[in-house]
Write a protein that binds this ligand. Structure first.
Ligand code: THU
Length: 142
């Protein structure tokens, strides 16, 4: 989903992530996750998790947002910042840190990007994508 294009701060990105989570399709885990990102060009894109009865093929919110950004901006897309927000079926905010696969996707597009997500104590963590995945896979040149 393309939200709009302009500069934005992390609090607004968090609010957009919470909005995106409302569209999640998560009948199996009952965990609604939303992600909202800003590209280096100032584009704003959001995604939510989309599950499937064939459980392993479900997709995460972060990679859905990245897919929306690449669709809109093309392969030159670079990630500047991303917020992730998650909610239980009763609407309670829950802590969710990006999964390993999403971390790999985040660093591909922006190792220096700000990543913000809720910690178990309810406070927001703000970290660099690079710091979330040390010793990550890099396709070797041949
Ligand atoms: N999920 C995400 O959307 N992002 C993550 O980084 C971790 C997990 C989703 C996938 C699945 O639909 C649900 O959360 C429970 O794992």
């Amino acid at each position: 989903m393309i939200v709009r294009a302009q500069a934005i701060d992390l609090d607004e990105l968090r609010a957009l992530a919470a909005q995106a989570a409302q569209r999640a399709y998560a009948p199996y885990s009952r965990l609604s996750v939303g992600a909202a990102l800003r590209s280096e060009h100032g584009g704003l894109y959001a995604g939510c998790n989309v599950e499937n009865g064939a459980l392993p093929i479900g997709g995460c919110a972060e990679r859905a947002a990245i897919a929306a950004a690449v669709q809109a901006e093309g392969p030159a897309f670079r990630l500047a910042a991303i917020a992730v927000a998650a909610f239980a079926a009763d609407g309670r905010a829950l802590p969710v840190s990006p999964c390993g696969a999403c971390r790999q996707a985040l660093v591909e597009f922006g190792p220096g990007a700000a990543v913000t997500f809720r910690q178990p104590d309810g406070a927001w963590a703000d970290v660099l994508a690079d710091d979330l995945l040390p010793w990550r896979f890099v396709l070797p040149a041949q």
